[in-house]
Design a binder for this molecule. Structure first.
Ligand SMILES: [Zn+2]
Length: 393
């Protein structure tokens, strides 16, 4: 042992301790540590102070050669001049923890990419313990809204529990998720603004959202921000109208035509510029025979192009022109879209002013879905919220 002592002291270099023995049991490695001093550090004033009592502890540390490793050591109760009385401060072990900080870090790191069951198998701990460790680490991530000063926010909803329940997710534009609340009502978002405080609410100049009335109401009530409706949400509504026409045409088509139309939904809804030559030919063949669908398709393609306009005035003019065209053609399925666009006009044209979308939150949503799949649906909502904050920082 003497010969290897420096190496062991290096592997278990904990302040105030030295290795005094290592033994290998069946599946475990046991490392005995002894104190180098008869004083301990006060967690309040960081001064060295008198020891009152010593406690024997056994804590889990990182594995050694594939075996679970435990440390046996003494920790002190100290009495300090500053008035503190209690457990000394150690830089590698929390007060009452049964795991060293580096073991906790290891488990938390695994939890970022693995399911709790997999973590439990990899680290040889109960999955509930893995979750408890992960939760404690995640809770350190919660920064209060005191630390953020958003001038632009993006608000989105995400479904959980098979789509019946929703969370409202607030993102700082150009940054990460700053707040998550349960539900998608006006009151839900009001909670965020209340937590943020009146002064900071007034500094928000722009909010990007879907056309969801409860959010609109809350933003208007709490801020002076300009609302921008996510253009992808507008385009999605138009795509839905095109799809409605496709379904109607399909229902009225002959058997032969139906065979031709089948499986072309994807071609119709995809942006024309993203189609291959074969796909374009196939789409054209379909369109020649279906005038209504062709018209709707062109309108959809046009509006996507309009939203690429970078100039505010031109953007508005082109969108107005587009609406005029839709009216002339008088396609039934588009009337609802027009209604929706008219009642949300200001927020829609604000896109040409700010050029902001919630595309970043789409990326976040993909990550959130990965978390959800890994956990086979999150029943513990608090844990789910924290995992979202961790992943979407
Ligand atoms: Zn003290």
């Amino acid at each position: 042992m003497t010969k290897y002592k420096p190496a062991f002291n290096n592997l278990f270099a904990f302040e105030d301790y030295k290795v005094c023995g290592v033994s290998v049991e069946k599946d475990n490695v046991l490392v005995n540590l002894s104190k180098r001093r008869k004083t301990g550090i006060c967690p309040c004033c960081e001064r060295r102070c008198k020891v009152v009592e010593a406690f024997q502890r056994k804590v889990r540390d990182l594995s050694v050669s594939g075996r679970d490793c435990y440390l046996e050591l003494q920790t002190y109760h100290v009495s300090c001049k500053c008035g503190y009385y209690g457990m000394e401060k150690l830089d590698f072990l929390d007060k009452y923890s049964r795991y060293t900080n580096r073991f906790v870090q290891y488990v938390a790191e695994l939890c970022k990419t693995m399911s709790l069951v997999d973590v439990s198998n990899a680290a040889h701990i109960d999955w509930k313990t893995a979750k408890r460790i992960d939760l404690l680490e995640l809770e350190k991530l919660i920064t209060s809204l005191e630390k953020v000063n958003p001038t632009g926010i993006g608000i989105d909803e995400i479904a959980y529990e098979k789509g019946h329940k929703y969370l409202t997710v607030v993102r700082e534009i150009g940054g990460g998720v700053i707040w998550i609340g349960k539900g998608r009502k006006k009151d839900t978002l009001n909670e965020f603004f209340t937590e943020l405080g009146e002064k900071k609410c007034r500094k928000i100049t722009v909010a990007v959202i879907d056309m969801w009335n409860p959010y609109i109401a809350s933003i208007k009530e709490n801020t002076n921000a300009e609302i921008v409706f996510d253009k992808f949400h507008v385009i999605k509504k138009i795509n839905e109208a095109v799809d409605k026409i496709r379904k109607k045409e399909f229902a009225q088509a002959s058997e032969d035509e139906r065979i031709r139309m089948k499986r072309k939904r994807f071609l119709i809804l995809k942006r024309g510029e993203n189609l291959s030559k074969d796909q374009k030919d196939s789409l054209e063949e379909l369109m020649v025979k279906n005038t209504n669908l062709y018209v709707a398709y062109l309108l959809k393609e046009q509006v996507s192009e309009v939203f690429e306009e970078t100039d505010l005035k031109k953007g508005i003019a082109r969108l107005e022109k587009w609406i005029e065209n839709v009216r002339k053609i008088n396609v039934d399925a588009f009337s609802k879209v027009l209604e929706m666009m008219e009642s949300h006009w200001e927020g829609i044209i604000n896109y040409f002013k700010h050029h902001l979308t919630n595309a970043a939150s789409e990326g976040f949503n993909r990550k959130i879905n990965v978390i959800r799949r890994r956990a086979c649906g999150f029943r513990d909502l608090h844990y789910f919220q924290l995992k979202i904050l961790q992943t979407c920082q």
